[in-house]
Design a protein around this ligand. Sequence first.
Ligand code: HSE
Length: 437
Amino acid sequence: MTTPIHVGLLGIGTVGGGTFEVLRRNGEEIRRRAGRAIRITTVADLDTERARRIVGDGAEVVADARAVIADPSIDIVIELIGGYGIAKTLVLEAIAAGKHVVTANKALLAVHGSEIFEAARRRGVAIGFEAAVAGGIPIIKALREGLTANRIEWIAGIINGTTNFILSEMRSKGLDFGVVLKEAQRLGYAEADPTFDIEGVDAAHKATIMSAIAFGTPVQFARAHVEGITALQAADIRYAEQLGYRIKLLGITRRRERGIELRVHPTLVPSSRLIANVEGAMNAVVVQGDAVGTTLYYGKGAGAEPTASAVIADLVDITRLHTADPGHRVPHLAFQPGAMAETPILPIDEVVTSFYLRLVVADEKGVLARITGILADNDISIDAVLQRESGEGEKQTDLIILTHDTVEGRMTKALAQMQALPTVLAPIVRIRKEELS
Ligand code: HSE
């Protein structure tokens, strides 16, 4: 019988605890799949008392992460500390020490991934990061291996559960953002500081990683266009619904002739699409490949055992390939390191989408004509128009316009012209729309 592979864990919280529990419960089946038992032998956490409570006598607990990295009996280090600070230093030190690394740290990989993958390649070790994108959904595996025959055209994902929960509640209960955020925090969905979630940063980290894998380009978080859901109003969710759409915070990356779109923003999606019906804290990713067509991946994007499922899948992969020649392992970003493309990420002005606009206008003759005239002058074609009482009396009205696809720069120019009209009485609401067909 072969000896177990030894694993060191840096940072034990919810996901670390889940990883322990699943390895304990399913250890025998996992051993039969991996070919060797997988044993977490050492856990490093500053809060050693809490760590001991979680692992019992299942592993040694230390306060110093570097003791794990220096331990020659450990082959794989799991990093569950998070953030770009000490986590980055420790991951690079683990690589330098010849350890394989498994991490759930999307922020670290989206920002410093190129440096980390290059260090790992030079040292001949693997970085597993299935848990970094969409928690328990095996989307990295799907993109990197299952869809490897395809030219990927686009990916659109609900990849932040907190914001999807908030949007679902806003829609079903007709509540405003601030009210639902407080409820999400009370229920423990949203962090005490939910900034990364609600501002779209967490989703953009994940979209950045998927984009790099889909198109064989370096990870470039700094080029992503990021908009969160803090400015969304209940009225727009209601109007979108009347027009047959739902608003979702989507991470989108799409191949265009001149480059790659990489963006996160609230998006109108036709209610008939499966992804529009993903509710609560669930995640879903749609991938469009030229050979396979559209595929959809759905599941829990966070939580102890769903994320542990992804962490352990990486442990099994690495255990299977541990002794394989590094040149023949699956490349970190799907494409061979020497075959990466330099396709640029497009600035947001060059992105092509359709739009939902809501204007609060004076209810006077000629107002609609002037607005549609501005759109026509900017070569923007209208798809639908809806006029509704705004609830602010007879003298003003809400005007909702859906457009066909246009270049964002043109829309920005048209919006400035419309906003300058004296009959436009409030800041114009502009939400991008994707048919995802
Ligand atoms: N905070 C994330 C979410 C989970 O709400 O989906 C971890 O990425």
